[in-house]
Design a protein around this ligand. Structure first.
Ligand SMILES: Cc1cc2nc3c(=O)[nH]c(=O)nc-3n(C[C@H](O)[C@H](O)[C@H](O)COP(=O)(O)O)c2cc1C
Length: 339
């Protein structure tokens, strides 16, 4: 997640049971031009492995060159973004808008597969209308939905069929359309349809905030795993909670009906609100310490949003929240969160 999934947060996710972590997306163009900020974002700790670096762009040669840089930096894999609906990405012809040009998608993936030896994966959406352009992802959605019906669309299934000759290692489907942006009912039927034709690792993403929802989506789609996003903001415990209800051994891809069994929970199950306050505080302080070590004092400003997310499930925390979003030093944070 852009602006969220930096090295400190990734380390917290790893410690809490994430199997594979993706970086926030990096611009392929910026990477090959040695943009200072982007090169800074490329840094990671070996503790985060297996770590996949995600890139976006629209030019096959540029993206392939960026993938080479990622391989040389020691990443376990490279992920290509064909799912981002942000206007600033879509207007440049990148992200989800590439789903409208499946020849280009094919060219990009083929170029990357020819250039690197590390696994290549893709992130796509369930569908996109052929003509919709959404400037404001929240306000214009309803009207654009109407246009979608008359304008035709490209689906995840179309895309996966188009690239069936290419050797990609995994596909993550955000099971919403471009027009739905970040809300609305996930289209699990589309993920199920892709499962029928794609035997590789398939990950379902979108709207997974509880272990029950993770299990439901896996049961319904027969995907091999789930992609978590907003569900782990301030709640890295969700990784372990999902492991507790779903078998951790790697499931064979293209699972046959009836082969999936669920183990008994290995740890006592806890709901979001039941993660102890002491444990929550310790994680917040640890997150702050890692961020300070890696980024120095400005890290605490960036961390404020995470601190607010950590306490969103804590009742009557208005006063605490207002202190956390103003915190400037670790000493101050320790005073606000005494252990
Ligand atoms: C703030 C924010 C930043 C995001 N950045 C990225 C990104 O860099 N790459 C990506 O593939 N998806 C990104 N996403 C999309 C999420 O990965 C995910 O597909 C989407 O939020 C749906 O999952 P959820 O309903 O579980 O949050 C971002 C989402 C949010 C809210």
């Amino acid at each position: 997640m852009a602006g969220v999934c930096d090295s400190p947060f990734r380390q917290i996710c790893k410690q809490h049971g994430a199997d594979v972590i993706y970086t926030e997306f990096l611009s392929a163009e910026a990477l090959i031009r040695n943009n200072k900020k982007t090169l800074e974002m490329l840094k990671f700790s070996p503790k985060e492995q297996p770590l996949v670096c995600q890139i976006f762009g629209k030019n096959p040669a540029t993206i392939a060159q960026a993938a080479k840089i990622i391989e040389q930096a020691g990443y376990a894999g490279v992920d290509l973004n064909f799912g981002c609906p942000a206007y600033k990405v879509v207007k440049t012809g990148g992200g989800v808008s590439l789903m409208r040009d499946l020849n280009k998608v094919h060219d990009i993936i083929a170029a990357v597969c020819q250039t690197v030896a590390i696994p290549v994966s893709i992130k796509i959406r369930a569908r996109i209308g052929l003509k919709t352009i959404i400037r404001d992802l929240i306000e214009e959605r309803d009207t654009e939905d109407e246009k979608l019906e008359t304008a035709g669309q490209v689906t995840a299934l179309d895309l996966v069929k188009k690239i069936s000759d290419l050797k990609i290692s995994a596909i993550m489907i955000h099971s919403r359309s471009y027009e739905q942006a970040f809300d609305g009912v996930p289209d699990l039927e589309m993920v199920k349809a892709v499962r029928q034709i794609y035997p590789g690792i398939l990950l379902v993403n979108g709207g997974i905030y509880t272990p029950e929802e993770a299990k439901r989506q896996l049961d319904e789609t027969r995907a091999d795993g789930v992609g978590l996003a907003r569900g782990v903001l301030g709640n890295p415990w969700l990784f372990q909670q999902i492991h507790d209800v779903i078998p951790t051994e790697s499931a064979p891809s293209g699972r046959a009906e009836g082969t999936l069994t669920y183990t008994q929970p290995t740890l006592a199950r806890r709901s979001l609100g039941e993660v102890g306050w002491q444990e929550r505080k310790q994680t917040m302080l640890q997150h702050a310490k890692i961020a300070l070590e890696l980024k120095g004092p400005p890290a605490l400003i960036e961390l404020r949003k995470h601190l607010a997310w950590y306490i969103k499930a804590v009742p009557k925390a208005k006063e605490l929240r207002s202190k956390l979003v103003q915190v400037k030093t670790l000493a101050e944070l320790k005073k606000i969160l005494p252990i």
